[in-house]
Design a protein. Structure first.
Ligand code: APR
Length: 243
């Protein structure tokens, strides 16, 4: 599909406004497990038992132990060429925004600054009492963690199942999906909303939609170009400055 890659690249280099949506697949090549793949996280753990407010309410220690395990897993991982290509594109485009569902922080490490981490960030903690959000890179985090300001119990600053996204993130996503000439969707299975609906929203608004994934997804039929392959190989080619 060299032809498709060339067509997609041409669309990207000529776009004035680009929005990129990423999922766990962009970090898979950095060794961060995805959620639903063959070796995905949800294979070993039932999300409902851990990534929910009810689970945290019932057993905060268990949930924090699971996040400490994920922090230990992620802390040694580095951004890959796909993260770096996305970060490098930011300054070359008139209007650029990155929407990521990933909580691993690898886009920030790669240098991305114009981004919304719509499911939160595993290196941020939030006080259940006063709401203060702070960075914390301790691996492992001593349990149970409490707020330096008010002593309240700290939780991961992550959007759990059954919780809504931050209003400012939703507003920013809506704006960037409306104005983008090109939406590039990288490494997401397209089953968790609202992100799963972003490709059709952008398409409705007139964007050219390109998908990069190992496999077909529920959005593959509506995108303009579906490229099948590894993000770390395809994304640098797609985002290179010129021929
Ligand atoms: N290159 C490109 N795509 C890949 C690669 C790779 N190297 N490896 C895996 N993929 C694709 C898979 O084919 C799959 O479509 O990445 C996608 C990963 O899907 P999920 O594991 O479901 O991850 P994601 O779509 O980000 O999950 C969305 O669900 O569990 C919640 O909040 C969590 O943010 C997460 C959300």
């Amino acid at each position: 599909s060299q032809h498709l890659l060339h067509e997609a690249h041409t669309r990207i280099v000529s776009a004035q406004a680009i929005t990129i949506l990423t999922g766990a697949g962009i970090s898979a090549d950095s060794g961060v497990p995805t959620f639903r793949g063959a070796d995905g996280l949800w294979r070993n753990f039932r999300a409902e038992e851990l990534a929910t407010p009810e689970a945290f309410e019932q057993d905060p220690l268990l949930v924090w132990e699971w996040y400490n395990w994920r922090r230990e897993l992620i802390v040694t991982k580095q951004p890959n060429d796909a993260h770096h290509a996305v970060a490098a594109l930011e300054s070359r485009v008139n209007d650029f925004w990155l929407i990521t569902q990933n909580v691993d922080g690898l886009h920030r490490t790669a240098g991305s600054t114009k981004l919304s981490e719509i499911h939160g960030n595993i290196w941020m903690v939030r006080c259940m009492a006063c709401g203060a959000v702070t960075e914390n890179h301790q691996v492992p985090l001593p349990l149970l963690p409490h707020c330096g300001q008010c002593g309240g119990l700290l939780r991961p600053h992550i959007v759990w199942f059954g919780e809504s996204l931050q209003e400012e993130d939703l507003a920013r996503c809506a704006k960037q999906l409306q104005i983008c000439d090109v939406l590039l969707v990288i490494g997401t299975s397209g089953v968790v909303y609202p992100a799963a609906g972003f490709a059709s929203i952008a398409k409705e608004a007139g964007a050219y939609v390109i998908e990069v994934n190992l496999d077909p997804t529920p959005q593959s039929d509506l995108v303009d170009i579906a490229l099948h392959g590894r993000a770390k190989e395809l994304v640098p080619l797609l985002l290179q400055a010129s021929e």
